[in-house]
Ligand binder design. Structure first.
Ligand SMILES: [Zn+2]
Length: 377
């Protein structure tokens, strides 16, 4: 295994925005990269600029007429009503914006580059990736294309036969689960908030044995995530013996995030990342949701530290504090940010006990896995 991790990014995320009022109208990848550099956590030899995925590469999963429609939307900056309805672009949180094709195609290019870098093994982090709701023929949930699916397909095309996808975003990883529901080489696991959009991913939904869903209650805390990690995710990883683990590391389950009712600290997500290291010869870590710029940047910069064996619970350097003080958020929560969003990287350790319903969820999930032995062995 290669000992050094790679970080994939692009400057396109600094200049591109979904539009002023969109939840993604915040600095995320650019803030993460700036914070990582300001902390002194990046050797520039580890940094890889993301290429733009070609329409041909996107067509490995997406329909050609849909790809053409997104490119046309970028050229025209407008989508006629019939295409809006057919492709779900220009509506439902999937706006037309100046880089509507190039931005998601860059995220896909980054994940495809990651798959290449992982051929012989190693660790790659692409925080712009993780667009797990994208569908073959339409946009969904702020996701135009589905880079996790394309990355997993690239790993399969390279000859891998056992891939474990773990999704800790607050929303169900529906697009990835559905893409591989018929593929015995890919097992998808999603931990997400119960009763939240897209309203799929119930515990009973096993995608014919190719998936496991852990819908968790509002208030889901660090101790509860640690329990699911130790009692379900890691035992499953041991049984699957994956050749690659793909982690969708959405940050919208953090207590500071406005889009979910989950109450995690960034330390809990870092523990997931650290625990998955070494469980497979290849680890691809992606981003995902995350709608508070301070929470996202601190969490994802810390993910990179963990992947490099650095303790992320460090005090920000003067430059890092300047990066954090320079962020902005067009929301009421951003008007008076607490001081700790500028002066700490790590959140305070999460509080709370493991509730009975989470214990029950872990038990029922493992019973379901035991019933699916043939799938796994
Ligand atoms: Zn999400």
């Amino acid at each position: 295994m290669s000992s050094r991790a790679f970080l994939i990014g692009s400057e396109i995320y600094r200049i591109s925005s979904y539009g002023r009022r969109h939840p993604l109208a915040i600095p995320r990848v650019s803030a993460t990269l700036d914070l990582i550099r300001a902390m002194g956590w990046l050797d520039e030899a580890q940094y890889v600029d993301s290429p733009l995925a070609t329409p041909e590469q996107l067509a490995r999963f997406h329909d050609r007429d849909y790809i053409a429609a997104v490119r046309q939307a970028e050229a025209d900056q407008h989508v006629p009503a019939d295409r809006r309805a057919r492709y779900n672009i220009g509506c439902n949180g999937n706006p037309v914006f100046p880089e509507i094709f190039r931005r998601p195609a860059t995220a896909c290019g980054g994940t495809l580059r990651a798959a290449e870098l992982l051929r012989g093994g190693g660790i790659v982090y692409s925080p712009a990736g993780g667009t797990h709701h994208g569908r073959p023929d339409r946009a969904s949930g702020f996701c135009y294309f589905n880079d996790p699916v394309l990355g997993i397909l690239a790993l399969l095309d390279a000859g891998l036969t056992r891939i474990f996808y773990v999704d800790v975003d607050a929303h169900h990883g529906d697009g990835v689960q559905d893409a591989f529901a018929q593929d015995e080489h890919v097992f998808t696991l999603s931990i997400h908030e119960v009763g939240r959009w897209p309203y799929t991913g119930r515990l009973e939904d096993r995608a014919g044995g190719a998936a496991l869903n852990l819908p968790v209650p509002a208030g889901f805390n660090d101790a509860e995530l640690a329990l699911l990690l130790d009692e379900v995710v890691l035992p499953l990883a041991a049984r699957l013996r994956p050749e690659a683990i793909v982690l969708q590391g959405g940050a919208d389950g953090l207590a500071d995030d406005p889009m979910s009712g989950l109450a995690l600290s960034n330390r809990a997500l870092w523990r997931v990342v650290g625990s998955l290291m070494g469980r497979a010869p290849r680890l691809l870590v992606l981003g995902g949701g995350g709608y508070n710029p301070w929470a996202v940047a601190r969490c994802w910069a810390g993910v990179w530290a963990v992947l490099n064996g650095i303790d992320p619970a460090a005090r920000p350097t003067a430059q890092a504090e300047a990066v954090l003080r320079g962020l902005w958020w067009n929301r009421s929560q951003g008007r008076d940010p607490p001081e700790r969003w500028f002066t700490t990287i790590a959140d305070p350790p999460g509080e709370g006990a493991v509730r009975d319903e989470v214990l029950r969820l872990a038990r029922m999930a493992m019973m379901g896995i035991d019933g699916m032995k043939s799938q796994i062995d």
